[in-house]
Design a protein around this ligand. Structure first.
Ligand code: GLY
Length: 344
């Protein structure tokens, strides 16, 4: 259940009262403990704080074990509740801690970044990174509630707004029509926060309706992978180079590559693809690579966990709002897409 509020303090108090948990814990990273915990006020005073180090680098088994340990030492039982306050790293890892502790306890997500509001905190995917692979270990487990208070967006810098906006672009492409055109008209580099709040709601609606139809990604939910086959490969290559990029930037670059592929393989209109390219280049710049990187990028795309039987799986679009799931491209078609990216 998604709860929209401008009064997080009262909303949290209501949810805690309704949960009737014997003990409740508040998971934060060091950044959200400093910047976001104060917004909860006294509503969180009864929660036992658990603070973990920030960033994806700590979305590990070691951090997960620390959270389990904190739950044990705080006397958590099956009737306890975990409240996750943070970005995707905290909601993914906290969700997985809740999914696994005593075979599952309840949890509530309070996402504090745009990326986690419109994507990570919604839809019940939980997990950690393992052996250098992102979200390799995890489980589907629904939260009791997701509380969206866009006041947290005031704590974000522009790159983090842009990072979340890439997932909103993806949702707008999946919905098509006016929603897509509106997203191209918005300026995420100088965001109007009032307008952004309305768009967050619309974006979450797109994701929630897809997840409601296919919670375990047997079919339709694969639509949410649009832009991610190429995007994850860019993200991993950047990490290998020791120059990590924000997830949403990689998704934005991946989206335009996959729109090019959609033009070639699914009849996506060329002018709409070029509009998207111009938008992404203006706000996200470009990802630098050469043809020497093609084998590594192809290898990374092949290792994506959505693939089966060695073929590289893509979600493509015939037009904004018109999906073609489970598409495949040959190495030559993927190299042509990468050529287009580097030459444009
Ligand atoms: N982030 C994609 C999904 O939740 O399915």
């Amino acid at each position: 259940m998604i709860h929209y509020t401008q009064h997080i303090h009262a909303e949290l108090q209501g949810l805690l009262g309704a949960a009737g948990a014997d003990r409740a814990f508040l998971l934060m990273d060091e950044t959200t403990a400093r910047l976001c915990r104060p917004l909860l006020g006294t509503a969180a005073d009864t929660l036992l704080p658990v603070v973990i180090p920030p960033t994806d680098a700590h979305k590990t088994l070691a951090t997960l074990a620390d959270v389990w340990r904190a739950l044990v030492s705080g006397g958590a039982s099956r009737r306890s509740l975990l409240v996750n306050l943070g970005g995707g790293m905290v909601t993914d890892l906290g969700g997985f801690a809740a999914a696994t502790f005593k075979r599952g306890i309840r949890y509530i997500n309070i996402p504090t970044t745009l990326l986690s509001m419109v994507d990570a905190a919604v839809g019940g995917k939980t997990g950690i990174n393992f052996e250098g692979l992102k979200n390799e270990i995890g489980a589907f487990r629904d939260s009791e509630a997701v509380v969206i208070d866009t006041s947290f967006l005031r704590t974000l810098d522009t790159p983090n707004v842009l990072s979340g906006y890439a997932e909103m672009l993806k949702h707008a492409l999946l919905r098509g029509g006016e929603m897509w055109l509106d997203h191209l008209r918005f300026d995420p580099s100088r965001p109007d926060l009032t307008r952004l709040q309305e768009m967050v709601r619309q974006s979450i609606d797109v994701k929630s309706s897809i997840v409601a139809e296919d919670p375990h990604e047997r079919g339709l939910r694969k639509a949410l992978n649009l832009g991610h086959t190429v995007g994850h490969a860019f993200e991993s290559l950047a990490l290998r180079r020791g120059q990590p990029v924000l997830h949403g930037y990689a998704v934005a670059w991946g989206l335009v590559c996959e729109l090019y592929l959609s033009c070639r393989l699914a009849g996506f209109p060329e002018d709409a693809m070029r509009q998207a390219w111009n938008f992404v280049r203006e706000h996200y710049g470009t990802f630098a690579f050469t043809c020497d990187d093609y084998p590594a990028l192809l290898e990374l795309m092949r290792h994506d966990k959505k693939n089966a039987g060695g073929a590289i799986n893509f979600t493509l679009l015939e037009a904004p709002g018109h999906l073609r799931l489970d598409s495949h491209a040959t190495d030559a078609q993927i190299e042509d897409m990468l050529d287009f990216y580097t030459n444009t």
